[in-house]
Design a binder for this molecule. Sequence first.
Ligand SMILES: [Zn+2]
Length: 145
Amino acid sequence: MKMKHMMQNQTQSASANKKISTYLTMIVLIVMALAVTALFIAVETYLVGDQLAAGVLAGIGVLALVLSVFLLYQSKMQSAQVKIEVPKVMTTIGCVKPCDQKTVREFQRGDYVYKELDSSCQCGGKQMITGIFKEVKEKEKTYNV
Ligand SMILES: [Zn+2]
């Protein structure tokens, strides 16, 4: 049961990271393309005979290339960190009638306390959200002690 939850959490954060990294990858690719263009122009300028301009362009190209590779590397490191630190928000669902039925599921968009749900309880009463909380990880517990 716990394994299943962990697996779900991992796949969710992985897709979120994918979204972030696609933006970053796009920016990095643009910078890379500009860098390559600068290098090509540098070669052409060198062939024409303007060595100073060629050197400056080559310098800019190499710098941009190094920067984009560094950015890509760092974004990968960051997304790896995010994967570990994603806190899980849980929603507790109770019953409108005074019965002990209680279920806990992952937080879904639009959840709020005292929201009545379409699904009904085993006793026939309507189900209602009774609480929303952030799941405390065991790692964080040790920090607090
Ligand atoms: Zn009930």
